[in-house]
Design a protein. Sequence first.
Length: 172
Amino acid sequence: MTPMTTITLVQGDITRQSVDAIVNAANSSLLGGGGVDGAIHRRGGPAILEECRRLRASQYGKGLPTGQAVATTAGELDARWVIHTVGPVHSTTEDRSGLLASCYRESLRVADELGARTVAFPAISTGVYRWPMDDAARIAVETVRAADTAVEEVRFVLFDERAYAAFAAQLD
Protein backbone atom coordinates (compact mmCIF):
# COMPACT_ATOMS: atom_id res chain seq x y z
CA MET A 1 0.00 0.00 0.00
CA THR A 2 1.31 3.41 -0.92
CA PRO A 3 1.30 6.41 1.43
CA MET A 4 -1.21 9.15 0.82
CA THR A 5 -0.02 11.57 -1.84
CA THR A 6 -0.22 15.22 -0.80
CA ILE A 7 -1.47 17.59 -3.48
CA THR A 8 -0.28 21.19 -3.25
CA LEU A 9 -0.90 24.19 -5.48
CA VAL A 10 1.60 26.90 -6.36
CA GLN A 11 1.04 29.89 -8.59
CA GLY A 12 4.28 30.59 -10.38
CA ASP A 13 7.00 29.37 -12.69
CA ILE A 14 7.45 25.58 -12.86
CA THR A 15 11.09 26.00 -13.87
CA ARG A 16 11.79 27.57 -10.44
CA GLN A 17 10.50 24.60 -8.44
CA SER A 18 12.81 22.52 -6.25
CA VAL A 19 11.50 18.96 -6.69
CA ASP A 20 12.73 15.52 -7.70
CA ALA A 21 10.97 15.69 -11.07
CA ILE A 22 9.40 18.44 -13.16
CA VAL A 23 6.80 17.34 -15.69
CA ASN A 24 7.11 18.95 -19.09
CA ALA A 25 4.03 19.44 -21.25
CA ALA A 26 6.08 18.49 -24.30
CA ASN A 27 5.27 18.26 -27.95
CA SER A 28 5.72 14.85 -29.56
CA SER A 29 9.02 15.84 -31.20
CA LEU A 30 10.64 16.18 -27.72
CA LEU A 31 12.78 18.94 -29.24
CA GLY A 32 11.37 21.91 -27.37
CA GLY A 33 8.61 24.31 -28.28
CA GLY A 34 6.60 27.12 -26.75
CA GLY A 35 4.97 27.59 -23.37
CA VAL A 36 6.10 25.31 -20.54
CA ASP A 37 8.12 23.17 -22.96
CA GLY A 38 10.19 26.09 -24.22
CA ALA A 39 10.67 27.48 -20.71
CA ILE A 40 11.94 24.13 -19.38
CA HIS A 41 14.38 23.73 -22.28
CA ARG A 42 15.63 27.33 -21.94
CA ARG A 43 16.16 27.22 -18.17
CA GLY A 44 17.36 23.60 -18.07
CA GLY A 45 20.00 24.17 -20.72
CA PRO A 46 21.32 22.01 -23.56
CA ALA A 47 21.64 18.74 -21.59
CA ILE A 48 17.85 18.20 -21.76
CA LEU A 49 17.76 18.68 -25.53
CA GLU A 50 20.76 16.36 -25.95
CA GLU A 51 18.94 13.55 -24.13
CA CYS A 52 15.73 14.25 -26.06
CA ARG A 53 17.67 13.95 -29.32
CA ARG A 54 19.07 10.59 -28.17
CA LEU A 55 15.53 9.39 -27.37
CA ARG A 56 14.38 10.47 -30.85
CA ALA A 57 17.34 8.63 -32.41
CA SER A 58 16.51 5.43 -30.51
CA GLN A 59 13.06 4.36 -29.32
CA TYR A 60 11.02 7.46 -30.25
CA GLY A 61 11.96 7.97 -33.90
CA LYS A 62 8.41 9.04 -34.72
CA GLY A 63 8.10 11.12 -31.55
CA LEU A 64 6.60 10.45 -28.14
CA PRO A 65 2.96 9.30 -28.46
CA THR A 66 0.20 11.39 -26.86
CA GLY A 67 -0.51 10.26 -23.28
CA GLN A 68 2.90 8.64 -22.81
CA ALA A 69 5.82 9.85 -20.67
CA VAL A 70 9.61 9.55 -20.69
CA ALA A 71 12.33 11.00 -18.43
CA THR A 72 15.54 12.88 -19.10
CA THR A 73 18.03 14.76 -16.99
CA ALA A 74 16.84 18.09 -15.60
CA GLY A 75 20.01 19.85 -16.70
CA GLU A 76 20.38 23.09 -14.78
CA LEU A 77 16.91 22.99 -13.19
CA ASP A 78 16.62 22.44 -9.43
CA ALA A 79 15.38 18.89 -10.02
CA ARG A 80 16.90 15.52 -10.83
CA TRP A 81 14.68 14.71 -13.80
CA VAL A 82 12.31 16.15 -16.35
CA ILE A 83 9.42 13.85 -17.22
CA HIS A 84 8.17 14.71 -20.70
CA THR A 85 4.55 13.94 -21.54
CA VAL A 86 2.52 14.82 -24.61
CA GLY A 87 -0.97 16.10 -23.88
CA PRO A 88 -3.84 15.82 -26.32
CA VAL A 89 -5.19 18.72 -28.33
CA HIS A 90 -8.71 19.50 -27.08
CA SER A 91 -11.51 18.47 -29.41
CA THR A 92 -15.18 19.42 -29.31
CA THR A 93 -16.08 16.35 -31.42
CA GLU A 94 -13.99 13.59 -29.79
CA ASP A 95 -13.55 12.74 -26.09
CA ARG A 96 -9.80 12.77 -25.48
CA SER A 97 -10.02 13.02 -21.69
CA GLY A 98 -8.57 9.50 -21.33
CA LEU A 99 -5.42 10.67 -23.08
CA LEU A 100 -5.14 13.67 -20.77
CA ALA A 101 -5.57 11.44 -17.70
CA SER A 102 -2.93 9.10 -19.15
CA CYS A 103 -0.39 11.96 -19.14
CA TYR A 104 -0.71 12.23 -15.35
CA ARG A 105 -0.81 8.46 -14.75
CA GLU A 106 2.17 7.75 -17.02
CA SER A 107 4.19 10.62 -15.54
CA LEU A 108 3.60 9.23 -12.05
CA ARG A 109 4.53 5.72 -13.26
CA VAL A 110 7.83 7.09 -14.62
CA ALA A 111 8.36 9.05 -11.38
CA ASP A 112 7.90 5.81 -9.41
CA GLU A 113 10.43 4.01 -11.64
CA LEU A 114 12.93 6.81 -10.98
CA GLY A 115 12.26 6.89 -7.24
CA ALA A 116 11.00 10.49 -7.37
CA ARG A 117 9.06 11.53 -4.27
CA THR A 118 8.16 15.12 -5.24
CA VAL A 119 6.77 15.93 -8.68
CA ALA A 120 5.73 19.29 -10.14
CA PHE A 121 3.07 19.26 -12.86
CA PRO A 122 1.88 22.07 -15.12
CA ALA A 123 -1.75 22.23 -16.28
CA ILE A 124 -1.18 19.90 -19.24
CA SER A 125 -2.91 20.74 -22.56
CA THR A 126 -4.38 24.05 -21.33
CA GLY A 127 -2.15 26.32 -23.42
CA VAL A 128 -1.96 26.07 -27.19
CA TYR A 129 -3.82 22.72 -27.03
CA ARG A 130 -6.85 24.71 -25.76
CA TRP A 131 -8.15 22.29 -23.12
CA PRO A 132 -10.73 24.17 -20.97
CA MET A 133 -9.04 24.93 -17.64
CA ASP A 134 -11.88 23.77 -15.35
CA ASP A 135 -12.12 20.40 -17.10
CA ALA A 136 -8.34 19.99 -17.23
CA ALA A 137 -8.13 20.69 -13.49
CA ARG A 138 -10.86 18.12 -12.76
CA ILE A 139 -9.12 15.42 -14.83
CA ALA A 140 -5.70 16.20 -13.32
CA VAL A 141 -6.83 16.15 -9.69
CA GLU A 142 -9.07 13.07 -10.07
CA THR A 143 -6.31 11.15 -11.86
CA VAL A 144 -3.64 12.01 -9.29
CA ARG A 145 -5.98 11.16 -6.40
CA ALA A 146 -6.76 7.76 -7.95
CA ALA A 147 -3.16 6.91 -8.86
CA ASP A 148 -1.34 4.09 -7.14
CA THR A 149 1.97 5.86 -6.63
CA ALA A 150 4.79 6.19 -4.12
CA VAL A 151 5.11 9.91 -4.95
CA GLU A 152 4.66 11.79 -1.68
CA GLU A 153 3.89 15.26 -3.07
CA VAL A 154 2.29 16.26 -6.33
CA ARG A 155 2.66 19.99 -6.81
CA PHE A 156 0.50 21.60 -9.46
CA VAL A 157 2.40 24.70 -10.56
CA LEU A 158 -0.06 27.04 -12.19
CA PHE A 159 0.93 30.00 -14.26
CA ASP A 160 -1.85 32.44 -13.40
CA GLU A 161 -4.73 33.16 -10.99
CA ARG A 162 -7.35 31.64 -13.29
CA ALA A 163 -5.53 28.29 -13.43
CA TYR A 164 -4.85 28.37 -9.69
CA ALA A 165 -8.55 29.02 -8.96
CA ALA A 166 -9.66 26.16 -11.24
CA PHE A 167 -7.36 23.68 -9.48
CA ALA A 168 -8.24 25.03 -6.01
CA ALA A 169 -11.94 24.45 -6.75
CA GLN A 170 -11.16 20.77 -7.42
CA LEU A 171 -9.45 20.38 -4.02
CA ASP A 172 -12.37 21.78 -2.02
